[in-house]
Design a protein around this ligand. Sequence first.
Ligand SMILES: C[S@@+](CC[C@H](N)C(=O)[O-])C[C@H]1O[C@@H](n2cnc3c(N)ncnc32)[C@H](O)[C@@H]1O
Length: 227
Amino acid sequence: MTTGIQDTKHLLAGQDVGDYVAACTTPPGQAVTGLIARAGELGDEAGMMATAAQATLLTMLARLVPARLAVDIGTFTGLSALALAEGVGAGGRVVTCDVSDRWLPLAREHWEKAGVADRIDFRLGAAGRTLAGFEPGSVDLVFVDADKMSYPRYHALAVPLLRPGGLLVADNVLLDGWVVDPSRADTPAQRRCAETLRAFNAALAADERLDAVMLPLADGLTIARKR
Ligand SMILES: C[S@@+](CC[C@H](N)C(=O)[O-])C[C@H]1O[C@@H](n2cnc3c(N)ncnc32)[C@H](O)[C@@H]1O
């Protein structure tokens, strides 16, 4: 959404700035850095993982809300679930879901090492089914980091579940910058993803139930607070 107010600050992009941002962010604890190192050995697939700075931010957001129940959409190797579990603290709960349990043993190993495995409830299956299992207003934080084409659906399903003051946090909202001009995407599938995320970003910014801020952190992260 454009407000007509010009933003006069420049966005500094590039790997050197990204590295500097990471260097000036409190590193996550040993459990998270250990998982990042192990999952980093997976090769190309490791690129799906959240970054260390995002993990620090997720833990901080869960503490600030404060969240007792967080829902993590897209488990992969369990990094976001681990960061959220550290944030919800003892007695808190993270429900995390994925259509694959291929990386679950790796995730569990690190959840256990961190002493938070008993706070994390993994559900195998599509996120829509997991989201449908919560009462309206019962969830403190939803982190969306799964199939990009479903982001509009996750928006529709997640907002009613959040209590006032709860957060909807969405990753990859810049999609390599292609959201600015989806026609620049390399493939038709990526173009459709970029168009979908562009529509999702606009819908979040225009959603009167939310206050949303998009941060150019990693591949773009939006934090939206329910009014
Ligand atoms: C980007 S990765 C998640 C990264 C993870 N949040 C982290 O912090 O490292 C996306 C994950 O979403 C999962 N996924 C894809 N479609 C899904 C769906 N419909 N429901 C739930 N998970 C899905 C994929 O299997 C993949 O593991």
